[in-house]
Ligand binder design. Structure first.
Ligand SMILES: [Zn+2]
Length: 157
């Protein structure tokens, strides 16, 4: 950075540092949120009223006479839907845990977004002379037509 005029590059990197500092603070705040997370569980708790299947039972014709409620935790694992039966007592526990899971996911995606912003800024600070037309954090390397092996051979030959 020594070859760039001091005042100009100084202000620019000060502004970058301030912005980086703000983002770093926000990261710490969000990360503290992780500690607030209680037991969590992926999925949704469903409440179901069921037909028993007996033709003579009232539930067969009257929806209000269906049996239940029955509770189920449902979630996807490896692309398949999994249903786990829950007792009426367990249902509120799992419902709360499912809420915690959603909270955790939101928190993680915010942390991920923020981390990427911070990493981009850190990369810029590490390489202040980077050309403006470069996408942040990405360098376009030239396409090598030769394989690494032949290139090395050409260098030593
Ligand atoms: Zn029935």
């Amino acid at each position: 950075m020594s070859h760039v005029s001091v005042s100009k590059s100084g202000t620019r990197s000060d502004a970058r540092n301030a912005s980086l500092e703000r983002h770093a603070q926000r990261f710490l705040e969000l990360r503290r949120g992780l500690e607030q997370i209680e037991y969590f569980c992926k999925g949704t708790v469903l409440k179901r009223m069921m037909k028993c299947g007996k033709a003579q039972c009232a539930c067969a014709t009257d929806a209000s006479k269906r049996h239940g409620p029955y509770f189920e935790l449902t979630y996807k694992a490896n692309g398949k839907t999994v249903n786990v039966k829950l007792s009426p007592e367990a249902a509120p526990l799992y419902r709360a845990a499912a809420r915690q899971y959603r909270k955790l996911k939101t928190l993680l995606s915010r942390l991920d977004k923020l981390s990427k912003t911070i990493l981009r800024q850190q990369a810029k600070l590490a390489n202040p002379d980077a050309r403006i037309d470069q996408k942040p954090g990405l360098l376009r390397y030239p396409r090598f037509k030769q394989s690494l092996k032949t290139a090395r051979f050409a260098l030593t030959a």
